[in-house]
Ligand binder design. Structure first.
Ligand SMILES: [Zn+2]
Length: 135
């Protein structure tokens, strides 16, 4: 069996990336960059905990509990970003859809998350666009 099959079977039944994963990982990267300047040991340990939490949630097989936690995160995002509806939509739908920009008209295209390379037709300008999803 190939590596694609092993990767697919390893991730089967696991939570994967959701909005809370992305939020915690972005927070981890931000604090990591901040700590490069501050050299703070407490911040270092907080950062390690954030990374462990992110990986734990990503690999977890308790999907029902992870969905509840992600729903809380989604509500917080909705509360915090009331004016940025496009960013909010991308965060909330990042688990099921990918977003691509049409190279002809610049509009954002929402595509159901599937692995591989496929053609889509832009609903605005009707041009055919080839997109490739890695995840
Ligand atoms: Zn277009």
């Amino acid at each position: 069996m190939g590596s694609q099959y092993r990767k697919k079977s390893f991730m089967a039944g696991r939570n994967g990336a959701d909005s809370l994963f992305y939020c915690s990982f972005v927070l981890y990267l931000t604090l990591f960059g901040l700590n490069l300047m501050l050299h703070s040991m407490p911040l270092y340990y907080i950062n390690i905990c954030l990374l462990i939490l992110s990986v734990f949630r990503f690999m977890s097989k308790n999907i029902a509990q992870r969905k509840k936690e992600a729903a809380v995160c989604d509500r917080i995002i909705s509360y915090m970003l009331p004016n940025s509806s496009q960013l909010k939509r991308r965060l909330l739908e990042s688990r099921t859809h990918t977003f691509h920009e049409c190279k002809y008209c610049g509009s954002t295209l929402r595509v159901e998350k599937r692995r591989g390379k496929f053609n889509i037709i832009c609903p605005k300008c009707k041009n055919r666009i080839t997109v490739r999803n890695w995840l």
